[in-house]
Structure formats: C-alpha cells, structure tokens
Design a protein around this ligand. Structure first.
Ligand code: GLV
Ligand code: MN
Ligand code: MN
Length: 398
C-alpha cells in the first residue's frame, strides 16, 4: 500500500473518536473519555510495533523503540487533545506521523543506534484546565505540581480528580534520557501554501499568554434601572475586546477574546460579573508586554467611568522560543524546506528550554486551524511522514 493510503488507513482509526456530529469538530479535552480512548489507541499502536509504553505520572505517554535506560534518546510526537470543536490535525497528526515514521524506518531496515520514543503529551491546548502545554510543563517542572493539582475545569473538577490522583510533577530523570525532540505539526497558517512547499521547519514561536479579566459591577433589573444608575460590567468587557483589537493592530501583534462567561447570564438582567480571557501574542516580548500594559491601562480608566472594577490575572505566559538554530538549520538543509516562525504554542516550545528541539510543519491549504475546517491532504501528510523519518534516521543513527 502506498504511504498516503497507509496514512489514511491509520488516520481513519482515530477520526471518529470525539468528533461532534453537528460541527464536525473535535471535543477531545484532557482526560475526557474521548482523549482517554485516543490514549488507548496509542497503547495499541505501540503494542503492534513492540514498543513499551511508559506514563510519566502527568498524563504524558512515551512509547519506546529501544531501551529507555540507554539514554541519549530521540523524542518525537505531539498531543491528542483539542480545543472545543477543534480540527482533526492539530496534535494527532504528530502522533500518527511518528508511528508511521517508525514503520518507514523499519521498512528501510534502519537499526537506530539510539532509542527512539514516540510521545503523546497531555492537555496541550489547555482547553480543560486553562494552562496550555500542561503535560509538558509538569514533566519539565515549568509549572508547580501543587498549583497544577488544584486547577479546576468548568465543572469544578480538579486536575487531581480528573487524573485519579495528584500529578507527579517534574520528571527530570525521564527528561534527561532525551537529547533531542522533534515535533511534527500541521501548519496553522498559509505560509507553506504560499511557498508551494509541503513541509517546513519552525524557526521560532512568538511569546504569548492568557490573561483572565474579571469585570464586576452591580446586577440589576434591565427594565427598571435608569441608564445613568447602572454599573454594567458588560460595557467594560465590550470596551476591552475593542481596545485589545486596536492595540494589537497598532503593534502588528495578535489579540483575541475567544471565551467569555457572564453571571447571571440572563437576557433581562444587568450582569454582576463578566469574565473574559485575553489571548495575546507578538513577535517579541517588548511588543507583547506593551500590548498587554496598554490594554490594562485603558480598561482600568474605562472601569472607573463605568463604575465597575476589573481584576486581571495572568493564567499562563510563555516567553519567546527560538528553536535550536543548529538543529533547525540541519533539518532545513536535509529536507530543502523553508524555515518559518509561528504564533501558535506547542509542547516543543516548553521542551526547547531543556533540550535541542525542532519542529516540522505540514502544509495546511487554507491555513485555518482550531476549527473543524482545519485540513491537510493525505499526500502532504505522507510527505510529512517521509520528512520525519529522514530526520529521525539522521538523529538516531549518528
Ligand atoms: C495552541 O495551539 C495555541 O497556540 O494556543
Ligand atoms: Mn492547537
Ligand atoms: Mn497543537
């Protein structure tokens, strides 16, 4: 069977898991039944290939080709979890491609001199517990295990409850067995489509973060409260959305308010509380800091005029990631692929603080991502598998 057909066959095994029949998007939140089914599938794939699976106590899975004890290992893989109604490719493409790359290497008769591990990281999107790359942050110690344990989802379930016990936290013993990480991911933009290239290599990840804005006012009757007497937090919230958009545009940065909660959320009541999440990203830290500071300042002024209060909490902030220059350049030359930066966060960004890390991107014809419309052709996915196998052969046989 040709590689694009083999890709499709394996891809179709995962495709129904967690797919919403109405939107066609995925509901695969960390530790949800759908995501746990994907992890079970991971175990089956590993078993089919004679790879032993290790879980790190933080929800991250590792399937080993070769002995973990040997160290000096090469790591590849990505994540299964999705944003609400997300696309099929963001995450799973990197896991499926990793298993197919193992098959490619074996078919070519390659015997790695170093162990190779395929990973599935937990809660990369942070859609359930609010902190992106939660699994890789726990593994590396980038988030305190106690703080993570107490995170709660929208139903008030804590991470500890969802996991059935507290997370293990930093596993430096495991982390130190790896000397290189390469994550393959669907591109979340149109750069490769514009360049007419099926595969690219990442250069950097923009610094980015999530800030929660709690706007409080006075809940009251929509029909009887005079306009002049209102303390309506919805107004301050609405202003914030517009201010963030304006400040981002002025700086060539990105700002999004994609999640909002309202109390009491009634048509005929002035809200008492509006909670909105700002996702902000920029090419450099100064621009990002300037953007967030400007929004905070303008919003504080506006709140004073609205008679409301605003409290801002940074839920996660990820600094600029410049991927390992030598490794990325090696991959770029090996694959004759373009080098591109991204505004999307990845576990590779977290791991890059600890070991030489690189990323491969697979062309996305429309560039749409975090949406059911996210796409990649089977031929491009096969090209991604070949590229990953070439890279892994180089790295494991050195
Ligand atoms: C993850 O996909 C992110 O960039 O939010
Ligand atoms: Mn994503
Ligand atoms: Mn992803």
């Amino acid at each position: 069977m040709h590689l694009p057909d083999r890709f499709r066959k394996l891809w179709d095994e995962l495709a129904p898991i967690g797919r919403d029949a109405q939107s066609g998007g995925y509901l695969r939140y960390g530790w949800s039944p759908a995501e746990l089914t994907c992890r079970q599938w991971f175990g089956e794939q590993a078993a089919r290939r004679g790879m032993a699976v290790e879980e790190d106590g933080n929800g991250n899975l590792f399937a080993w080709w070769g002995s973990p004890e040997q160290g000096d290992a090469v790591l590849t893989g990505s994540h299964f979890d999705s944003v609400p109604h997300g696309g099929a490719y963001d995450g799973p493409l990197g896991v499926v491609s990793a298993f197919l790359a193992v098959d490619e290497l074996r078919q070519r008769g390659v015997t790695p001199r170093r162990p190779l591990a395929v990973a599935a990281f937990a809660e990369e999107e942070g859609s359930r517990f609010g902190v992106p790359c939660l699994g890789s942050r726990l593994l590396t110690g980038a988030i305190d295990a106690g703080r993570a344990a107490a995170l709660v989802d929208r139903d008030g379930i804590s991470l500890t409850e969802a996991m059935g016990g507290p997370p293990a936290g930093a596993r430096l013993d495991l982390l130190h067995r790896f000397t290189t990480f390469v994550e393959l991911h669907v591109e979340q933009g149109r750069a490769l489509a514009d360049l007419d290239a099926p595969v690219g290599v990442a250069s950097a990840i923009w610094p980015h973060g999530r800030w929660r804005f709690d706007f409080r006012g006075e809940g009251n009757h929509a029909g009887t409260t005079r306009m002049a007497d209102r303390r309506d937090p919805m107004l301050t919230y609405a202003f914030t959305v517009l201010a963030a958009n304006k400040e981002a545009r002025l700086r060539g940065a990105h700002a999004t308010v994609g999640r909002v909660e309202v109390e009491p959320n009634a048509t005929n009541a002035i809200p008492s509380l509006v909670r909105g999440w700002l996702d902000a990203r920029a090419a450099d830290t100064d621009t990002l800091d300037g953007l967030v500071d400007a929004v905070r300042k303008k919003v504080a002024e506006r709140a004073a005029r609205d008679g409301t209060t605003v409290a801002v909490a940074a839920e996660s902030v990820t600094p600029l990631v410049a991927f390992h220059a030598e490794l990325s350049e090696r991959l770029r030359a090996l694959l004759a692929a373009p080098l591109l930066p991204t505004g999307a966060g990845h576990d590779a960004g977290v791991l890059s603080a600890h070991l030489p890390t690189a990323m491969l991107f697979v062309r996305n014809p429309t560039g749409v991502s975090h949406s059911p419309a996210e796409a990649a052709t089977d031929e491009d996915c096969a090209a991604g598998v070949v590229a990953l196998s070439v890279v892994l052969e180089q790295l494991t046989c050195l």
